[in-house]
Design a protein around this ligand. Structure first.
Ligand code: B16
Ligand code: MG
Length: 214
């Protein structure tokens, strides 16, 4: 039986991808590159440093290590500025109702996110009070699809990986969950999330007792 739900942040609980997109686009002007929305899709779930590496590859720009570290700081400062006004209205539809259902049913709730800014976002949106444990980009050394972030979630809660259900919108995240021996529920498009055990478009109208079979 399942004892915990582990949630990805961006794309599952809130949509911070719009802010990441804006901040990366702004950074791109420094090396004359216009990031597209399609490319931004490919950065979902990918760490900050890996995102910059991908963008520089697309831009065919070879930056020095110094430039890269400056740009990573600049991008994040801009991103922090953009998310500074986030509020509870930005929680994705159906999420609060779903959290309420699983809490009532006695499930533990944890975060498994690549973001180093996860706590700020959870605080600004008021989501933080729902979480028993937060594993974010500051606590892991390996990015998804490595299962580290979710395995740390399970061990932090003191339960087995096989007792965890992961909610993920990114392919790499679904892969991470499966690699960690967990049940994976994809949020989004079934074509994009083939490895998930089940895919739902979003949390609107989702009956936790049906989805999680309790
Ligand atoms: P930060 P998730 C990920 O969040 C984002 O999807 C990804 O676009 C971002 O680059 C990454 O966090 C790192 O974020 O720059 O705030 O550390 O989907 O794993 O919750
Ligand atoms: Mg995500």
């Amino acid at each position: 039986t399942y004892k915990a739900c582990l949630f990805d942040l961006d794309g599952v609980l809130v949509d911070t991808a719009i802010y990441h997109f804006q901040a990366w686009k702004n950074l791109g002007t420094k090396f004359g590159y216009a990031l597209t929305e399609e490319q931004n899709e490919l950065l979902k779930g990918v760490s900050r440093v890996e995102s910059l590496n991908r963008i520089l590859t697309w831009a065919n720009y070879s930056a020095t290590e110094d430039q890269k570290s400056t740009w990573l700081i600049e991008k994040n400062e801009n991103y922090l500025d953009l998310i500074s006004n986030m509020n509870p209205s930005e929680i994705l539809p159906g999420v609060l109702d779903f959290l309420n259902q699983i809490k009532q049913a006695g499930y533990k709730i944890a975060l498994g996110s690549a973001s180093k800014n996860a706590e700020i976002i959870l605080s600004k949106t008021g989501l933080i009070e729902w979480f028993d444990l937060i594993i974010d980009g500051n606590k892991v050394t390996k990015s998804k699809p490595d299962p580290e972030v979710f395995l740390k979630g399970a061990s932090g809660l003191g339960i087995l990986p096989t007792e965890c259900i992961v909610f993920e919108d990114a392919q790499a995240g679904v892969e991470a969950a499966k690699a960690g021996n967990m049940r994976a529920i994809g949020i989004g498009d079934v074509e994009m999330l083939r490895q998930a055990d089940k895919v739902i478009p979003n949390f609107v109208g989702i009956q936790a007792s049906e989805l999680l079979q309790f």
